[in-house]
Design a protein around this ligand. Structure first.
Ligand SMILES: C[S@@+](CC[C@H](N)C(=O)[O-])C[C@H]1O[C@@H](n2cnc3c(N)ncnc32)[C@H](O)[C@@H]1O
Length: 278
């Protein structure tokens, strides 16, 4: 087994994304955008993320007063829920994002600084919510935990993307296998209140990420490389030799233009679920 890293790279990526998007696009949400009636343009990303939040909010049943926000990211969704009058607790693993959440809303929520799989509390909530955090947790752990922390007659909300069985190699990572999910879902004996495929509305997010990678990050990356090659030729030669495979993979993944909305619709399925505990 590999050595446990002190700073998780996914968590670091989310924190970098948060500062970048907060500064340039004035958004703190770390989920996809919901592009219904919105043009695919970077200037619309914040609005689309707000529409995503509103889509989730509009699906919360009336008898819900307390919510556990699993994988709360920057805490923006939890803050929005607080503003709507809900009593909210949140789960955040790692230290990077949870420090941010503590500063932002730490006095208004109970923040469980651990992985959802490790959460210990006797509290039961009217609703347990996974806003794009379901894919990070093994399905069985996520579902059994959610059922355990939901009161009788309460709800579980899941909004996240899954991997399809489409043939070929996808440059897009993440998501549980949709076919596996369909196989195990009936085991959890929940009533499905709402189920919707929102792949079409969320896919434009990936077109924007692709645009950002090829039109902003790639040129910056090239300039940095050219500068380094000029100033530190020997070091760069070593780096290129040592990390040949990693650099090629990075190029393929981020700058080949293959991570786009069209491929997202082939290899991913973005689903929304609202379940009721019997
Ligand atoms: C894509 S972000 C979504 C953030 C937020 N829910 C939102 O809608 O903006 C994924 C979140 O899942 C969290 N996460 C990853 N692994 C987790 C785990 N095992 N338990 C709980 N949260 C986890 C990450 O820290 C991150 O905050």
């Amino acid at each position: 087994m590999g050595k446990q890293k002190k700073v998780d790279s996914k968590e670091a990526g989310l924190e970098i994304g948060l500062h970048f998007f907060k500064f340039f696009l004035k958004t703190e949400y770390l989920h996809y955008g919901y592009f219904k009636n919105l043009e695919t343009d970077i200037s619309n990303l914040a609005k689309a993320q707000e529409q995503y939040a509103n889509y989730l909010l509009s699906s919360i049943p009336e008898d819900v007063k307390t919510i556990l926000d699993v994988g709360c990211g920057s805490g923006k969704m939890a803050e929005t829920l607080l503003e709507k009058g809900y009593k909210v607790d949140a789960v955040a693993p790692g230290n990077l994002l949870s420090n941010y959440v503590k500063e932002k809303i730490g006095d208004r929520i109970e923040l469980f600084n651990c992985r959802f799989q490790d959460l210990v509390t006797s509290k039961k909530y009217d609703m347990v919510m996974f806003s794009e955090s379901f894919q990070y947790i093994h399905i069985k752990d996520a579902m059994e935990g959610a059922i355990n922390f939901t009161r009788e007659g309460g709800y579980i909300m899941i909004a996240d993307f899954f991997k399809t069985d489409a043939p070929g190699k996808s440059m897009l990572g993440g998501g549980h296998k949709y076919s596996e999910w369909l196989e195990v879902k009936p085991n959890f004996k929940l009533e499905t209140i709402k189920e919707e495929d929102i792949t079409e509305e969320t896919a434009p997010t990936i077109d924007l990420v692709s645009q950002l990678s090829t039109e902003v990050l790639q040129p910056i990356w090239r300039v940095v490389f050219a500068l380094a090659e000029d100033r530190f030729p020997l070091i760069l030669k070593f780096v290129k030799w040592k990390y040949k495979k990693k650099l090629a993979k990075l190029d393929d993944k981020h700058f080949s233009g293959q991570r786009n909305g069209k491929n997202f619709k082939i290899y991913k399925k973005y689903m929304f679920y609202l379940f009721k505990k019997q």
